[in-house]
Design a protein around this ligand. Structure first.
Ligand code: NAD
Ligand code: UDP
Ligand code: UDP
Length: 317
């Protein structure tokens, strides 16, 4: 439902044509706001937002966040950045630029407009963690010169910029550290484990487990995650984050493969391939802070979330 003009916000979402961005935009539009989606369509696609094109409260602009942007908005969400190893390693220099220059330009915009700004940070700031589960006060274990560094260090530097703009210029910041999230509109060829396993199972190919499959991840369903984003933005100004958002239930890649095979009924095998370099061995969020400060806990567990995601990929494949 559109809101009355006075209570309507004009909101900028960068990376809005991507997986998470398009779900966020759906929720903001459903709240009756006006949304400007700025995206260079590197990994995003117009298909994710095409259902909004006839809505007068929605606007798409092709824009690279490495460049300055002059607009008048009430709120900024910065999600622009390739997010899967395949995509962020395709042009690693551009990945770091996107995180760092993107953050700087959007913080400059937020400073001029005196408006709140959200940063989609990541559990990758913890690197290959030596502390388990990960709490926000853990500083991380990142290889600064490895193949994941373009993403990890770019996101770490973006967090630094957010906190320095906050301390130095009083910018209202909201920093979320997002753990592995999955759901409809994931890019089918982004190489992430959930999309890989599902598309493989649906097309009758063997599931590729990297390494022995004992490494763990904790998977959050997209609707839960976006609920956390909105609660963080709505929280009092003093709640700046960083705050972990993710589902604390942890699975090995072998367990995930089993679940996908069960739910799809695919009669394929599991094959092992080499583990990529710097691949974290384990990852699970400690979400105490999100629970206490935001009253947020994820509700959708893996079988249900996988079912929705499989339905989406079935229609796509
Ligand atoms: P995605 O690749 O689907 O979305 C990223 C979007 O950013 C795409 O639409 C892409 O075209 C756009 N983009 C990339 N570079 C850009 C640039 N220079 N200028 C403008 N737009 C640009 O990935 P996603 O999973 O939706 O991730 C969204 C954000 O959340 C990213 O910042 C990512 O780092 C973060 N994140 C995601 C996850 C996850 O599990 N999905 C986990 C941690 C963090
Ligand atoms: N910026 C922008 N839009 C604005 C204001 C600033 O894109 O409305 C960019 C600006 O081009 C600069 C960056 O944000 O590159 C940081 O701006 P800030 O004002 O903090 O720094 P300065 O311009 O003084 O370097
Ligand atoms: N992985 C896998 N098979 C695949 C794709 C990924 O076993 O086809 C593994 C990968 O090595 C990692 C885990 O699954 O240990 C999660 O990978 P993803 O790229 O989804 O996320 P990230 O490593 O960024 O957490």
């Amino acid at each position: 439902m559109p809101r009355l003009y006075e209570s309507r916000k004009r909101i900028l979402v960068t990376g809005g044509a991507g997986f998470l961005g398009s779900h966020l935009i759906d929720r903001l539009m459903a709240q009756g706001h006006e949304v400007i989606c700025a995206d260079n369509l590197f990994t995003g696609t117009k298909r994710n937002i095409e259902h909004l094109h006839n809505n007068p409260r929605f606007e798409f602009m092709r824009h690279d966040v490495c460049n300055p942007l002059k607009l008048e908005v009430d709120e900024i969400w910065n999600l622009a950045c390739p997010a899967s190893p395949v995509h962020y390693q395709y042009n690693p220099v551009l990945t770091t630029k996107t995180s760092v220059m993107g953050a700087m330009n959007l913080l400059g915009l937020a400073k001029r407009l005196r408006c709140p700004i959200f940063q989609a940070s990541t559990s990758e700031v913890y690197g290959d963690p030596e502390v388990h589960p990960q709490r926000e006060d853990y500083w991380g274990h990142v290889n600064p010169i490895g193949t994941r560094a373009c993403y990890d260090e770019g996101k770490r530097c973006a967090e630094t910029l957010f906190f320095d703009y906050h301390r130095q210029h009083g910018v209202k910041i909201k920093v979320a550290r997002i753990f592995n999230t999955y759901g409809p509109r994931m890019h089918p060829r982004d190489g992430r484990v959930v999309s890989n396993f599902i598309t493989q199972a649906l097309s009758g190919e063997d599931l590729t487990i990297y390494g022995d499959g004992s490494q763990t991840r904790s998977f959050c369903y997209v609707d839960d995650l976006i609920g956390g984003f909105l609660k963080l933005m709505d929280a009092p100004e003093s709640v700046t984050g960083p705050v972990n958002l993710g589902n604390p239930h942890e699975f090995t890649m072998i367990e995930l493969a089993d679940r996908v095979l069960n739910l799809t009924g695919a009669k394929v095998k599991v094959v092992h391939q080499p583990l990529p370099s710097d691949d974290p061995k384990q990852r699970r969020p400690d979400i105490t802070l999100a629970r206490e400060k935001l009253g947020w806990v994820p509700k959708v567990e893996l079988p249900e979330g996988l079912r929705h995601t499989i339905d989406y990929f079935r229609a796509l494949v």
